[in-house]
Write a protein that binds this ligand. Structure first.
Ligand code: NAP
Length: 255
């Protein structure tokens, strides 16, 4: 077993096929966790596990790590995942990282109802359903846990073209604080990270000119690397942060 700050723990990461979720799998496994990489895109989740495991093989379980297909906006998909994990690992994950997220940007005056709803379904309802299902499993198993939700810095300040996205991410902050209040008595901690602009495929959709303007507002003068978010995720997942709950942590290069 790899020794590290989350050694021996089982970690579920959603949105694990790309960007921040993929980096979280990398750092959590480096620090000793067994990782379940979950994504809508199964092949991408499998690639994450293979990429970051010295034990890569052709199956969907690499070492003790595994890749699974998951749609966080579907309660059926989530409950099927829980049953599968209970069979495979005999216990629920005690680290839960909600990184699955989408953008459907448009000016508010042009934004369609569908693009509003789909962003809430994945970013807000998806985070809720994962928290509810896995926190319930933890309380039933009398296990402590740590949940880390990925919000966004734009939830605090707003952003043009993102009324749907900022609403979903502000919702994640409120929900994180409420869940932390409810789950503290079960020794389940719930925190949120507010990333700034991080170099992932999601940011690739931002027009060049807009990106240049954002760069001028980042004191560290660059985009963040997904690993820099993953390090904070791993700290919040570990007992190093044992008295931190209901917190929001900005990781923005000073933006
Ligand atoms: P990313 O590279 O696009 O990764 C997001 C992953 O989530 C993708 O693999 C995506 O699959 C998956 N996903 C989408 N819908 C899903 C669903 N219904 N169920 C399961 N998985 C789903 O984005 P990222 O930049 O890593 O973002 C990760 C999180 O950080 C998101 O919540 C995002 O809002 C947040 N965030 C990112 C930034 C940034 O600058 N990058 C800043 C602040 C906050 P598909 O590719 O197939 O859609």
């Amino acid at each position: 077993m790899v020794s590290g700050i989350v050694s021996g723990r089982l970690a579920l990461v959603t949105g694990a096929g790309s960007g921040i979720g993929r980096a979280a799998c990398q750092v959590l496994s480096r620090e000793g966790a067994t990782v379940i990489a979950a994504d809508k895109d199964y092949e991408a989740a499998l690639e994450t596990i293979k990429k970051h495991s010295a034990l890569a093989s052709g199956s969907n379980a690499v070492g003790d790590h595994s890749a699974v297909e998951l749609d966080v906006s579907s309660s059926k998909s989530i409950s099927e995942l829980l049953s599968k994990l209970q069979r495979q690992y005999k216990a629920p994950p005690t680290i839960i990282i909600n990184s699955a997220g989408i953008t459907r940007d448009n000016w508010m005056l042009k934004l369609s109802e569908d693009d509003f709803d789909s962003v809430q379904d994945v970013n807000l309802k998806g985070t809720f359903l994962i928290m509810q299902t896995f926190a319930k499993a933890l309380t039933e198993a009398s296990l402590p846990g740590s949940i880390v939700n990925i919000s966004s810095i734009v939830a605090k300040y707003g952003n043009v073209g993102q009324t749907n996205y900022t609403a979903s991410k502000a919702g994640v902050i409120g929900m994180t604080k409420s869940a932390a209040k409810e789950l503290g008595k079960f020794n389940i901690r719930v925190n949120a990270i507010l990333p700034g602009f991080i170099d992932t495929p999601m940011v690739g959709t931002i027009p060049g000119k807009v990106k240049e303007n954002f760069l001028k507002m980042i004191p560290l003068g660059r985009l963040g690397d997904p690993i820099e978010i993953a390090e904070v995720i791993t700290f919040l997942s570990s007992d190093k942060s044992s008295f931190v709950t209901g917190a929001t942590v900005d990781v923005t290069g000073g933006f």
